[in-house]
Design a protein around this ligand. Structure first.
Ligand code: ADA
Length: 551
C-alpha cells in the first residue's frame, strides 16, 4: 500500500470502444464511445471482444485542479494517453507502473482522459511482448489507476527503506523528491513517532531507529512498521519490515537463518478477468499457499501488483519478483532497444516495489538464450541495474539451458527450470522415475567448485494434468502427482537445494490457436496443481499432506 496526499482512484466504469483500424490521435480522442467497461479490466478476456486484437479506447471525465500526476499501475500490451485531446504519454510495456505529470489551470475543472490500449503484437525484435510467450497477451488496463493533485512545485516521488540491523532496529530511509530542484524540509515518522527531520534537495537519506518494540519481520511473525514521510502539505505513507537477507556458502538466509523455499510459480490471472484479477482472488490464492504450509511465490513472469505484495507482506510469504520476459532468443537479446527497455522496466520494478519485505530476490528474462553471448550481455546489463538500485537483495534468472548455460556465474542464486518425466524424455508410459536421477545430477553439477557457493533453486518443475483424468498416464492427475511427489521428496531432503517453485500454482490462460492447443489443451497451461478455477488436483492434496507431515 502506498498512500499519497490528495490521491484519488480512477477505477470504476469508463466509456469504451474497440477498433481494429489504425486511427490518428485526433480520431482516437473524438471517436464515439459505444460501450462501458470496468477499470481495472481486460477487454478481451470475455464477452464480445473475447480473443480480438486491436485497440481498446477508454475514456472518462476527471475533475481536478492544478498540476496532477496520473499513475497507471499496469496496462497491456501498450498504451497512449491523451489529456483533453492531446497526447501526454505512452506506455511501451505491460505489467510495469508508469506515471505522467500534467499542468492544468489552478481552477477546478472537468478534463477528458482517453487511453488507447493496443493488444496487437509488434513484429520486431525490440517488442516487449512476443506471441510465443506462454501466457495469453490480454489487452486492457490491468491494475489500478490513480490521480494525485500536486499542490507544490516539489512533491514526494518515492521512498526506499533498507533495513540495516534487525537487532538494533535500524533502517536507512532514502527520500526522493520530484519537481523543481528546490530544498525542502522533510519529516520521517515511523509508527507515528518522529524519527528524523532533514532539509533535502532532490534526494536525501537518514538512518532511523524504529521505535520500540522494533520487531523483526519473519514468515512466522510478519510484523510490519508504518512509515510516513511529510514535506509541506504532501505526504507518502506505506509500511516496511525489519529483516535482512544474506547469500553465501550455497545458502540463502533471512535474518541469519537458512531458508528452505517451498512454493509455486503463479500467473496473476484468472480465466474470467485475465490479468485484472480481483483482489479477493489474489488474497484467497495467497492464503491457499500459506495455509498449505508453503512459504514461497515466484511471480512468473512479470512484476507483481502492489496488492499481491501487500498480502505477502501481511501473511509472511516470500516472493521472487521478476520483470517481464520469456524465452527471448539470441536476436532479441542482441537488439539494443530491447536491452534498453528490459533494463528500464526492471529498474521501475525495483523502485516501485522496493519496500516490500516479502520480496527476497529480483529476477528477469525467464529462459532467455543464456547459452549465447547476447544472452550474457543482457543479463549483465539488467543485473548491473538491479545491484545499482538495491544491494540488499540477491538477483537471479530462471535458466532452461541446463549444462550449456554460460551465465550461472552472473547471478547470486542459480535457478533452473527442468521438466524430468515431462519434456525431453523417451516416450515410455511412465517416466516419473526420471525425476530423482535428473535432480541428483544437477545437485552434483551445482556442488562443483564453480557453483557451490551460490544457493540453487529449482525454479520450475512439473507436469500437466487434466482435472478428472485418472488414467495414470501422462496428463492424468496421478502422473502429475508422482512428478510433484518425487520432486518434494528430493527438495526436502537435499542440503544443496535451497528450494523449489513448483510449476504451476493454478492452470493459466495461454493460446488456443491450432498449434498451441496441441500441447495446451483448452488454451490453458494445464500444469496447475489447481485448475484455473482453483479446484484441487491430486498433486495439490499430496503437497498439503507432505507439508502437514513436515510441520
Ligand atoms: C517453461 C516456462 C513456463 C511454461 C513452462 C511449460 O519452463 O518458463 O512459462 O511455459 O515452460 O509449461 O512448459
Amino acid at each position: 500500500m502506498k498512500n499519497y496526499a490528495n490521491m484519488q482512484t480512477l477505477n470504476g466504469l469508463w466509456d469504451f470502444t474497440f477498433v481494429q483500424a489504425e486511427l490518428s490521435d485526433t480520431e482516437i480522442c473524438n471517436i464515439a464511445m459505444t460501450d462501458i467497461v470496468i477499470v481495472p479490466g481486460c477487454f478481451d478476456a470475455a464477452s464480445k471482444f473475447f480473443g480480438k486484437r486491436g485497440t481498446g479506447i477508454y475514456r472518462r471525465e476527471v475533475r481536478c485542479s492544478g498540476k496532477i500526476q496520473l499513475e497507471f499501475q499496469a496496462i497491456g500490451l501498450r498504451a497512449r494517453i491523451f489529456w483533453d485531446g492531446k497526447p501526454v504519454a505512452t506506455i511501451p510495456w505491460a505489467f510495469t507502473p508508469q506515471s505522467v505529470v500534467i499542468d492544468n489551470p489552478a481552477e477546478e475543472a472537468c478534463h477528458q482522459l482517453t487511453v488507447a490500449v493496443e493488444n496487437t503484437f509488434e513484429q520486431s525484435d525490440s517488442a516487449m511482448y512476443h506471441p510465443f510467450y506462454d501466457f495469453y497477451a490480454f489487452g486492457g488496463i490491468y491494475r489500478n489507476v490513480t490521480l494525485r493533485e500536486l499542490a507544490d512545485t516539489v512533491w514526494l516521488d518515492r521512498i526506499q527503506v533498507t533495513p540495516l540491523s534487525v537487532a538494533e532496529g535500524t533502517a536507512d530511509v532514502a527520500v526522493f523528491l520530484a519537481g523543481a530542484p528546490e530544498a525542502r524540509p522533510v519529516k520521517i515518522y515511523i509508527d507515528d513517532i518522529l524519527c528524523a527531520e532533514e532539509t533535502i534537495t532532490g534526494s536525501g537519506n537518514a538512518v532511523c531507529k524504529v521505535p520500540a518494540p522494533a520487531a523483526p519481520w519473519t514468515p512466522e511473525n510478519p510484523v510490519l512498521h508504518k512509515i510516513k514521510v511529510c514535506t509541506g502539505n504532501d505526504f507518502l505513507e506505506t509500511h516496511f519490515g525489519l529483516r535482512t537477507l544474506s547469500w553465501n556458502d550455497g545458502q540463502l538466509k533471512l535474518n541469519g537463518t537458512p531458508l528452505k523455499l517451498i512454493g509455486y510459480c503463479r500467473h496473476d490471472s484468472h480465466p474470467e478477468t485475465g490479468y485484472a484479477i480481483s483482489e479477493s482472488r489474489v488474497l484467497a490464492d495467497m492464503k491457499l499457499i500459506k495455509e498449505q504450509g508453503c512459504n514461497f511465490v515466484r511471480g512468473s513472469h512479470y512484476n507483481q501488483s502492489e496488492f499481491l505484495l501487500d498480502c505477502c507482506d501481511r501473511l509472511g510469504l516470500l516472493v521472487w519478483n521478476e520483470s517481464c520476459g520469456w524465452g527471448n532468443k539470441e536476436e532479441q537479446c542482441a537488439d539494443p532497444v530491447f536491452v534498453q527497455k528490459q533494463v528500464e522496466q526492471s529498474a521501475i520494478m525495483v523502485q516501485e516495489t522496493y519496500n516490500h519485505p516479502s520480496i527476497i530476490m529480483w529476477g528477469c528474462m525467464n529462459e532467455l538464450a543464456s547459452d549465447t553471448p547476447a544472452g550474457r550481455n543482457i543479463l549483465e546489463q539488467i543485473f548491473k541495474k538491479f545491484r545499482e538500485l538495491d544491494q540488499s537483495r540477491p538477483v537471479t534468472f530462471a535458466s532452461n539451458r541446463r549444462k550449456a548455460d554460460i551465465c550461472y556465474d552472473l547471478g547470486d542464486i542459480i535457478s533452473t527450470n527442468i521438466y524430468p518425466g515431462w519434456y525431453d524424455e523417451e516416450i515410455h508410459f511412465d517416466d516419473s522415475d526420471q525425476v530423482l536421477p535428473c535432480l541428483k545430477d544437477f545437485e552434483e553439477y551445482f556442488s562443483g567448485e564453480e557453483f557451490r557457493n551460490k544457493p540453487w533453486i529449482i525454479s520450475e518443475i512439473g507436469a500437466a494434468a487434466i482435472i478428472g483424468d485418472h488414467s495414470g498416464g501422462r496428463w492424468s492427475e496421478e502422473y502429475q502427482a508422482k512428478i510433484i511427489g518425487n520432486t518434494m521428496d528430493f527438495v526436502l531432503k537435499s542440503e544443496r537445494c535451497t528450494g523449489t517453485a513448483l510449476w504451476l500454482f493454478a492452470n493459466a490462460n495461454t493460446y488456443f490457436d491450432a498449434i498451441h492447443v496441441m500441447t495446451r489443451p483448452r488454451g490453458f497451461n494445464n500444469k496447475g496443481l489447481l485448475s484455473e478455477y482453483r479446484a484441487p488436483k491430486l498433486a495439490w492434496h499430496l503437497v498439503s499432506q507432505i507439508m502437514k507431515q513436515k510441520a
